[in-house]
Design a protein around this ligand. Structure first.
Ligand SMILES: NC(=O)C1=CN([C@@H]2O[C@H](COP(=O)(O)OP(=O)(O)OC[C@H]3O[C@@H](n4cnc5c(N)ncnc54)[C@H](O)[C@@H]3O)[C@@H](O)[C@H]2O)C=CC1
Ligand SMILES: O=C([O-])CC(=O)C(=O)O
Length: 272
């Protein structure tokens, strides 16, 4: 038996990612236990959780999670990141951030983490190979290029499309809808391009990473292709994500969070 008490995990947001993480914690993740959750509709969440969890789990507003847990998994709309993360970081605790794009507009969170000994973890999420990118970044990376292709329904409604009057609903051919940096994409596509920001944070940052976004009516999967050139290695990688019940979010995203939590509590960690 381990002598270390289990890590108490809070889950903020019970959507595609949050519910899958709750289910994994309920099934049993060694060294971790589900301590509390937050949802927009607290009463509705209590009802949903009563069938998903064996024992009652507190459902509280995001501001009330911190005293109940050691780690919070932020799996909520991007705008909520500061409200979810600040109390944990101020208490020197850890935050697992899915809305990575929002980190670029909340850099004070990293200051808080530094000052109080907390930590922000951005899991690989819907992406691939951030271990290799982070390793290459210890040397010199010359360039990182990413091309994201998504089915139309994974992109409609993005602020960039609305503001620039780009209609994609009826396209018959693939259409490049954006060329720029992850910093720009985080504003224009806040619910679609967290992956590009995560890649940039692992590598050469949100202003030097090059990004293209395509809407492709023939696609059923969110596809990300990445090419890295560095003084230690050149590599390319591609991932084709099967959408979860949220068409913007690949199924692998929640699994990445679960693997990340497992690593936090495990005697063996594999991969950087
Ligand atoms: N880093 C990555 O690789 C990826 C990140 N994401 C991001 O992760 C986040 C979660 O994704 P999904 O689960 O697919 O989103 P989702 O939209 O399915 O779930 C978000 C949940 O947050 C809830 N919520 C809204 N207001 C709330 C409040 N005040 N308090 C608590 N909960 C509230 C919503 O009701 C919803 O259930 C999103 O920001 C998404 O963009 C998604 C995919 C990949
Ligand atoms: O970037 C995101 O937030 C989600 C994404 O592309 C994917 O699931 O493939």
């Amino acid at each position: 038996m381990s002598t270390r008490p289990p890590l108490r995990i809070a889950v903020a947001g019970l959507g595609a990612v949050g519910m899958a993480v709750v289910a994994a914690l309920e099934k049993g993740l060694p060294g971790c236990e589900l301590a509390a959750v937050s949802a927009r509709d607290i009463e509705g969440a209590k009802a949903r959780l009563s069938t998903a969890t064996a024992r009652p789990v507190p459902v509280v507003p995001v501001e009330a999670l911190e005293p109940l847990a050691d780690i919070v998994v932020e799996a909520a709309p991007a705008a909520l990141l500061p409200a979810i993360a600040e109390p944990f970081l101020r208490a020197g605790k850890s935050v697992v951030v899915l809305s990575a794009g929002a980190l670029l507009r909340a850099e004070h969170l990293l200051e808080l983490a530094k000052r109080h000994g907390g930590q922000v973890t951005v899991p690989t999420g819907a992406l691939i190979g951030l271990d290799a990118v982070a390793a290459a970044a210890e040397g010199t990376i010359h360039s990182v290029r990413m091309v994201t292709r998504k089915p139309v329904r994974g992109l409609v409604g993005a602020p960039y499309l609305v503001e620039n009057n780009i209609a994609i609903e009826d396209i018959k051919e693939p259409l490049r809808i954006f060329k720029g940096t992850p910093r720009e994409a985080a504003i224009g596509f806040p619910a679609n391009l967290n992956v590009a920001v995560a890649l940039s944070l692992a590598g050469i940052g949100p202003d030097r990473t090059e990004l293209e976004i395509w809407a492709d009516p023939a696609l059923t999967r969110n596809t990300h292709r990445i090419e890295v050139d560095s003084d230690s290695a050149a590599f390319s990688m591609q991932i084709e994500n099967i959408p979860s019940e949220n068409p913007k979010t690949g199924r692998i995203t929640a699994l990445s969070v679960i693997a990340c939590l497992r690593k936090m509590a495990a005697p063996l960690r594999v991969g950087t």
